[in-house]
Ligand binder design. Structure first.
Ligand code: 5AD
Length: 462
């Protein structure tokens, strides 16, 4: 049987999609190749969120195709995911040797299309058409793929986004919001738990909009499906959290990404109410300036954002809060940028991912006046990075001497004598462990910190 190598760019949703495609192919008899050099099939699962990510995947494909040609090697190569969706057939103009272009609603067709290509029945396939119910098609898991995945798994609960932030290409690559039903998601989670999974991260481009649109009426209504009385005050997403929380044997629940706009009181209250829901939140801020937030079409103000953080910290002191920020959005002045700096000082994020604005095709921001010069984007990126890293390091140091619960995921990639786990607030902890620790919830005492890592000592148990 052929071997396949999948390389993934971008977010956790992409990781999850790649895993589902790999699992699907393994079920058909494919083996997983260790590198693109030896594989019969190479798939690049792409990201479009910034130009840099697209260029990386295109360069990689050029290298793969060039190397195969030099060695006169027959290889089937394909793009899938976000860039495949947004560029479609046009990718073949630049790279005519590419055999497959598979859009974001077509992951479940990978095996069927590869069969046709490998058998020579077709020489090139481009499929980026929308497909009804594709949101429910990402469900196979490859739990034995790596030691880590058998403890913790991602579950895709919805696809698409209707928010239309002016900088963002996601509505074009992932389509309209479409949610799976609660019973469908719960079934998948239950199965994972029966296979040994202890922690589940619910995934979607905008999980706080789960179940608001695009659930076909033929499917049961979320509340009815769980047999609970309809609680008007609980959003469909919180109802989903409630339902997943019921699963015996599941220890931890996380989710990503929410939208600050959707962080209602019911969701804040869920942290206090549901013990399995880990005290962590990734809340994309994007900017600390109200003027820029409006231009971005974010739907909240600085004040509203800060109020959500305060509520979360009241409900769950010690909650780990991370964020995404864009610097150099069109029209961003020094004053606007200073608003972002001041908000970061005020909120004290545990970690922040900073992105230099990258104009994306067919997005309103790409045509806005006052595009910020690249040098200024870079300068702001560096200033903000220095600030958020300084705050993050201080927050890490606060852990020294504390006892924390970790879920042990497996041996560390860099040093096999060390084991790695995560705290409930999603910080990585390294400790001297062994195979018997894998999958265990255990307490460790934090001895020291490294860059975005805590070093723990489990000796306190003995
Ligand atoms: N330029 C820069 N960063 C972007 N992001 C999304 N679109 C763009 C863009 N055009 C960032 C946002 C988002 C994260 C996943 O990527 O901060 O939250």
């Amino acid at each position: 049987m052929p071997s396949v190598f999948i390389k993934t760019y971008g977010c956790q949703m992409n990781e999850r999609d790649s895993e589902a495609v790999a699992a699907q192919l393994v079920a058909k008899g494919y083996t997983l190749a260790k590198s693109e050099v030896t594989a019969d099939v190479v798939l690049l699962n792409t990201c479009s969120v910034r130009d840099f990510a697209e260029q990386k995947a295109i360069n990689k494909m050029e290298n793969i195709v060039g190397a195969a040609r030099n060695k006169k090697r027959e290889q089937i190569v394909g793009f899938m995911g976000c860039m495949a969706q947004s560029r479609g057939k046009e990718l073949l103009d630049r790279l005519p040797d590419v055999d497959l272009v598979l859009g974001t609603q077509k992951f479940h067709r990978a095996a069927e299309y590869l069969d046709e290509l490998l058998a020579g029945r077709r020489s090139q396939i481009v499929d980026v058409a929308p497909e009804a119910k594709s949101e429910a098609a990402i469900r196979e898991h490859l739990l034995n793929g790596s030691a880590k995945t058998s403890v913790s798994a991602f579950v895709s609960i919805m696809q698409g986004c209707n928010q239309h932030c002016t900088f963002c290409i996601v509505p074009a690559t992932r389509g309209e919001e479409r949610s799976r039903t609660i019973p469908d998601v719960v079934d998948e989670c239950r199965e994972l738990v029966s296979r040994g999974v202890k922690e589940i991260t619910l995934l979607g481009q905008i999980v706080t909009s789960y179940g608001r649109r695009g659930m076909s009426p033929a499917q049961p209504e979320p509340a009815a499906a769980t047999g609970e009385p309809r609680l008007a005050s609980r959003s469909a997403f919180v109802q989903l959290l409630d339902a997943v929380h019921e699963i015996d044997g599941l220890a931890r629940i996380r989710f990503t990404s929410p939208h600050p706009k959707g962080y209602g009181d019911d969701l804040v209250a869920a942290y206090a109410r549901l013990p399995k829901l880990c005290e962590t939140a990734h809340l994309p801020l994007q900017s600390g300036s109200d003027r820029i937030l409006k231009l971005m079409h974010r739907g909240y103000t600085r004040e509203k954002f800060v109020a959500i953080i305060e509520k979360l910290r009241q409900a769950k002191p010690g909650i780990g809060i991370t964020t995404d920020i864009i610097v150099g959005f069109p029209g961003e002045t020094e004053e606007d940028f200073e608003q972002t700096l001041s908000l970061c000082r005020e909120v004290q994020f545990d970690n922040a991912y900073i992105f230099k604005y990258s104009p994306r095709r067919d997005t309103p921001a790409a045509d806005m006046p006052d595009q910020v010069p690249q040098t200024i984007r870079e300068e702001r990126n560096e200033r903000l990075l220095n600030l958020v890293n300084e705050i993050a390091a201080r927050k890490y140091d606060e852990f020294i001497g504390r006892r924390v619960e970790i879920l042990v995921e497996g041996p560390s990639k860099k040093n096999a004598a060390r084991y790695t786990g995560r705290t409930r607030c999603n910080r990585i902890v390294l400790f001297d462990g062994s195979a018997r620790h894998q999958g265990q919830l255990m307490e460790v005492k934090i001895e020291r910190t490294g860059s975005f890592t805590l070093y723990g000592d489990p000796a306190i148990l003995e």
